[in-house]
Design a protein around this ligand. Structure first.
Ligand SMILES: [Zn+2]
Ligand SMILES: [Zn+2]
Length: 336
């Protein structure tokens, strides 16, 4: 994959000293997220978020947003992809967690969603104490790998890596009927059941990716005899009715940037309905950047924007919601 022209050609005329790139509230972009004049614009083949909007193909703004006001009570971003590059900078895992810690995001769960990304995850959690890991084959990759006869070998490697003591979840697994057509449904469902069984055998949480597949995800969870004790719907995208189902079964709902988007009243109704002891927060960075920076790159340091909107929706103080989310995160993933 070659580097898109608009990335390579972006001028870097700003020497970006501390305090430059000031945001609307006077806050600066964290230092590690400001492009330097001699920034190398990536390497061929790396994982990278597209520099255009997915649907409209419009060019995105590739600058990272300014740091939000810090949370007084720290929380954890329970789903992020630090191996996906975005914007004009390369940020290592320590810099990412330093910027997060500075705004009250004390840690993150780094998610490896194929074999290569799972290897990155293991290296990251060994190098950085503020990270825990999750590993799996993403449902879209499961369908692709199955088609080529490579799925079983990949799952075998995931199983080995999932045993690492600081990998605390199997994920993201689940169903994605948005990107994968009907021909991939069988492979996705089979891989989903395999991952549920793995998480149960290892006594770890499972992180579910559910895109346009709520009914089948719930059906499979309900007909699985030995579910993992901790079930997390990552980037929860259901309505109030799915939230009630999750409440009933004690399944966790992790909310990401979309809960801040103007159009998503159904999602906010779900959040309002969710049991307090089941609510989690995540970025799914570099994707799903919260309002008002939608379309720009996302990173764990932007979690406070989502937490504040969530507190508003639930009609509670930000500190109270942060404390509940932090306690829920500890119950699901354990101590760092
Ligand atoms: Zn996902
Ligand atoms: Zn993800």
């Amino acid at each position: 994959m070659s580097t898109p022209d608009d990335v390579r050609a972006t001028p870097s005329t700003d020497p970006a000293g501390p305090g430059d790139r000031v945001g609307p509230l006077g806050a600066a972009v964290p230092a590690a997220y400001r492009p330097a004049a001699d920034e190398v614009p990536g390497v061929p083949g790396e994982r990278r978020r597209q520099p255009t909007e997915e649907k409209s193909r419009r060019k995105r703004r590739l600058e990272y947003p300014p740091a939000p006001e810090p949370l007084a009570v720290p929380v954890v971003d329970n789903h992020t992809h630090l191996d996906f590059r975005d914007g004009l900078v390369t940020v290592d895992v320590h810099q990412a967690m330093d910027a997060a810690a500075a705004v009250g995001v004390a840690g993150a769960v780094q998610v490896g969603c194929d074999v290569e990304s799972a290897r990155f995850t293991l290296a990251a959690i060994e190098a950085e104490p503020r990270l825990l890991g999750a590993v799996a084959i993403h449902p879209n990759d499961a369908a692709r790998l199955a088609e080529r006869g490579h799925l079983d070998a990949a799952l075998e490697q995931i199983e080995q890596m999932a045993a690492h003591p600081r990998v605390r979840a199997v994920g993201e697994t689940g169903l994605d009927y948005y990107r994968t057509g009907p021909e991939g449904v069988g492979a996705q469902q089979e891989a989903f059941r395999w991952h549920l069984d793995l998480a149960h055998r290892l006594g770890k949480a499972v992180q579910i990716h559910d895109r346009d597949a709520h009914d089948d995800v719930v059906r499979i969870l309900l007909d699985t005899p030995d579910l993992p004790e901790k079930v997390v719907f990552h980037c929860f995208s259901g309505d109030a009715s799915l939230a009630r189902t999750c409440n009933e079964h004690g399944w966790h709902m992790s909310f990401a940037g979309p809960v801040t988007f103007a159009a998503n009243d159904d999602l906010r109704a779900a959040l309002a309905e969710a049991r307090e002891d089941l609510v989690l927060v995540e970025t799914d960075a570099p994707f799903l950047t919260p309002h008002p920076h939608r379309g720009q790159p996302n990173a764990p340091y932007l979690v406070p924007l989502t937490v504040r909107r969530m507190a508003e929706v639930r009609g509670v103080e930000v500190d109270a919601l942060s404390a509940a989310v932090a306690a829920n995160t500890r119950r699901v993933y354990g101590e760092f």
